[in-house]
Design a protein around this ligand. Structure first.
Ligand code: INI
Length: 155
């Protein structure tokens, strides 16, 4: 049996990190985690572009344009959607998740889903660098692994 999996070495891969500005205090922690992870796995600053968008709803369009240009090997989408008193949360989450998934499959490029979808700010804090880890770190690791997996699958 041959097992194929991506390693966690950045090598010459280029990454676009797209981060929402909404819930800035949380997203900054995700962004710091993602950038730190990419650097620790070998990326230098010439291999990293950070793009800011207003909110999670805008992540798919920015990801689509980043993918269309073919200058990146992987995309990491970061944001935090926190439930309020209306159904707004559900619309933003559905658009972001569905849209990012479609960009990934349509363009054949890894788009890591670093979007927190939480009921409370406390849950978001826990998942952005405190007791439940950092979803930005996880997303960056997933992107590196998938870039390397695709390189093997397409070799
Ligand atoms: N955007 C977020 O990233 N997180 C949220 O929690 C959020 N809420 O709750 O409203 C949010 N809304 C803004 C949305 O993503 C768009 O930027 C806005 O609707 C303009 O298109």
């Amino acid at each position: 049996m041959r097992s194929i999996e991506g390693n966690l070495i950045v090598g010459d891969a280029r990454f676009c990190v797209i981060a929402a500005r909404f819930n800035e205090a949380i997203v900054t922690r995700l962004l710091d985690g993602a950038v730190d992870t990419l650097r620790r796995h070998g990326a230098d600053d010439s291999q990293l572009h950070v793009v800011r968008v207003p909110g999670a709803f805008e992540l798919p369009l920015a990801a689509r344009e980043a993918a269309r240009g073919r200058q990146y090997d992987g995309i990491i989408a970061l944001g935090a959607v926190i439930r309020g008193a209306t159904p707004h949360f559900d619309y933003v989450c559905a658009e972001a998740a569905g849209g990012l998934g479609r960009v990934s499959t349509e363009f054949g490029i890894p788009v890591a889903f670093g979007l927190l979808t939480c009921d409370t700010i406390e849950q978001a804090m826990e998942r952005s660098g405190t007791k439940a880890g950092n979803k930005g770190v996880d997303a960056a690791l997933a992107a590196i692994e998938m870039v390397n997996l695709l390189r093997q699958l397409n070799a």
